[in-house]
Design a protein around this ligand. Structure first.
Ligand code: IYR
Length: 230
């Protein structure tokens, strides 16, 4: 008896899922290799202006969109900007907000916490990086009669997609910055987004600048980030 590739369950179509699995020792090696590869990802704030082809960005977005989401609503929209005029406009608006944040809106403690990262209100990467991917979350959609239909677990879903996006960027040999100018409503206006889309993250993507340095951070050890109940 051959198994059907597609069958109906409760009136819905299901398909046979062929998942490649490994023997324990091979799985262990994969998990080690993946961790070591992923651990090399770093947030980078200094970009090269070297171009990145649009098709590559499209693949990054498709990878991000393979993330799971509440009721499979895929409540995200990825806006990819390479247009220099629009990037300039975004930089100007972001720097205006960031100037206010760094000069009064952020607490002393917050500013002190950021000292090790060397950030300030200047955001040249918004013009230098070849692409800005702005991730929007879709709080709701419109139903057939034009009524608002809420999406589910929107922050969790879009957060997962953003994580997938960062790993896809790392895999392509590129770097990114998870930037959150605050408030970032100006992006709705500049990018002409509909009412149901809210900015979630602004992610410049590209090659790192030559001889780039990143803060020498320590990741928390396993004992501190995990608890096992066996
Ligand atoms: N959004 C500001 C400030 C900032 C906040 C955090 I939390 C950071 O980890 C880094 C920066 C900025 O982008 O500079």
């Amino acid at each position: 008896m051959t198994k059907p590739l597609v069958k109906e369950i409760n009136g819905f179509e299901y398909m046979l899922y062929e998942k490649k699995t490994y023997e324990p020792a091979v799985a262990l090696q994969h998990s080690r290799d993946y961790y070591q590869w992923l651990d090399r990802r770093r947030t980078v704030r200094d970009f090269s202006d070297r171009p990145v082809p649009r098709e590559l960005i499209e693949n990054l977005i498709l990878s991000a969109s393979s993330a799971p989401s509440g009721a499979h609503k895929q409540p995200w929209r990825f806006c990819a900007v390479s247009n220099p005029g629009i990037k300039k406009e975004i930089r100007k608006a972001a720097e205006k907000e960031e100037y206010e944040s760094y000069h009064g809106r952020m607490s002393e403690r917050w500013l002190k916490d950021l000292q090790a990262l060397g950030t300030d209100w200047h955001k040249p990467f918004l013009e230098i990086a070849p692409w800005l991917i702005i991730v929007f979350k879709k709080a709701y959609e419109w139903g057939e009669k034009g009524e608002k239909t809420n999406n589910y677990y929107v922050n969790e879903s879009v957060g997962l997609a953003a994580g997938f996006l960062l790993t896809a960027i790392h895999n392509a040999g590129l770097v990114a910055l998870t930037h959150t100018p605050s408030p970032m409503n100006f992006l709705v206006k500049i990018l002409n987004r509909p009412d149901n889309e809210r900015p979630f993250l602004l992610i410049p993507v590209g090659y790192p600048a030559k001889d780039v340095y990143v803060p020498r951070l320590q990741r928390r050890p396993l004992e501190e980030i995990s608890e096992f109940y066996e």
